[in-house]
Design a protein around this ligand. Structure first.
Ligand code: AN7
Length: 354
């Protein structure tokens, strides 16, 4: 069958009707990749680990699942403009879907802390981009105030249709595996996605599509870990700019997901994130952005702290939320440089020593 995007595939679980105008770039239906090369590095040879590679969405991140819903509903409501604050991926996705839908798109980003790929997307899709001298949390407060005037539709995950669309990731995992995993590892920034996945698993469970529920395991960056610390972080800091967020909008929902599922929300250091980022790329062939690697860094931290789990055959899904090409500067900073040589076959053969 010709795949038509998450609204078409999961319409029975979404608040749409036959009259809803659908803006779609055929998001979703992303690969669930079984891990092989990484198991030894993880220290858990018998675990069944899968990567939900959300970088394969049309704009390169999981945000597209929520944006197809948010933009479609904005069209249904006859909105003319959408607005968001963003660490990058939300703005890239909003800009693309708004371009397709013919809506104006206004974007507020934190000055100096947005990966190049994401900025290029927002600009090329024609969004009206403002670089705010402040962090994401400040920008989010501003767009909330601007949307309260009623003239522009907010498409951050405070918009319930965003969460609605993003829960489709959980549906796909259950449809692929037959059941949810034992543990679901996921990066946490503004905390919308962990909220959405937990909602999706619970709805599928209630609809008898599966018999169990996973433990929700969320990971913040150590320098931006308000939920772990139990208080907002005024000046969040991490190389994982996507999750450089000090006061998450869906804080309470994330705690509810953790508590109801018997999971945890913990933090991983930038060093642990970058180790996972490189291991994924070099041992598994999967290129994600740094924030995404927080899920795998979290799994490794958990494995090291729980010997029984490390020896078990538990099923684990790690969500890789965004594509590595979003942040080419980081890849180039951590990987070896190209070697400059004379245009000579012999010179290269000598260098290679083969
Ligand atoms: C790659 O784009 O908040 O916990 O403004 O881009 O649902 O916020 C991005 C977040 C994880 C965290 N991984 O998800 C934004 C933005 C990537 C991300 C997260 C984001 P949430």
């Amino acid at each position: 069958m010709n795949y038509q995007g998450i609204i078409h595939r999961y319409k029975d679980f979404l608040s749409v009707t036959d009259k809803t105008p659908v803006a779609t770039l055929k998001e979703g239906n992303t690969p669930l990749i079984p891990v092989q090369g990484l198991l030894e590095w993880l220290g858990a040879p018998h675990l069944k680990v899968f990567l939900k590679y959300e970088g394969m969405n049309p704009t390169g991140s999981f945000k597209d699942r929520g944006m197809t819903m948010a933009i479609s509903k904005a069209l249904e409501d006859k909105s003319k403009a959408v607005i968001c604050a963003s660490t990058g991926n939300t703005s890239a996705s909003a800009a693309a879907y708004a371009a397709q839908a013919g809506l104006r798109c206004v974007v507020l980003i934190p000055e100096g802390n947005i990966a190049l790929g994401k900025l290029s997307q927002a600009l090329v899709h024609g969004a009206e981009v403002f670089s705010v001298e402040g962090n994401f949390d400040t920008a989010l407060t501003m767009v909330r105030a601007m949307s309260e005037t009623g003239t522009v539709t907010l498409v951050n995950s405070l918009n319930p249709f965003r969460i609605e669309g993003q829960k489709s990731g959980a549906f796909e995992i259950v449809d692929d595996l037959g059941e949810p995993p034992d543990c679901h590892f996921i990066p946490v920034g503004n905390a919308g996605n962990i909220t959405a996945y937990w909602k999706g698993y619970k709805e599928y469970h209630a609809a008898k599509k599966c018999k169990k529920l996973p433990k929700m395991m969320g990971y913040q960056a150590a320098g931006s870990a308000p939920i772990v610390l139990g208080k907002p972080v005024l000046e969040p800091d991490t190389i994982a700019t996507a999750i450089r967020i000090g006061n998450p909008a869906s804080w309470q929902q994330a705690e509810a997901a953790r508590n109801e599922s018997g999971g945890q929300i913990d933090s991983v250091t930038d060093e642990e994130i970058l180790e996972a980022y490189q291991a994924l790329a070099s041992k598994e062939g999967v290129f994600c952005e740094p924030a995404s690697a927080a899920s795998v860094a979290g799994l490794r931290k958990y494995v090291h702290a729980h010997k029984d789990f490390a020896k078990s055959k538990a099923t684990v899904v790690c969500v890789l939320t965004g594509h590595g090409l979003k942040d080419p500067d980081r890849a180039i900073a951590v990987a070896p440089r190209p070697r400059t040589v004379k245009p000579s076959v012999e010179a290269i053969m000598r260098e290679l020593n083969i």
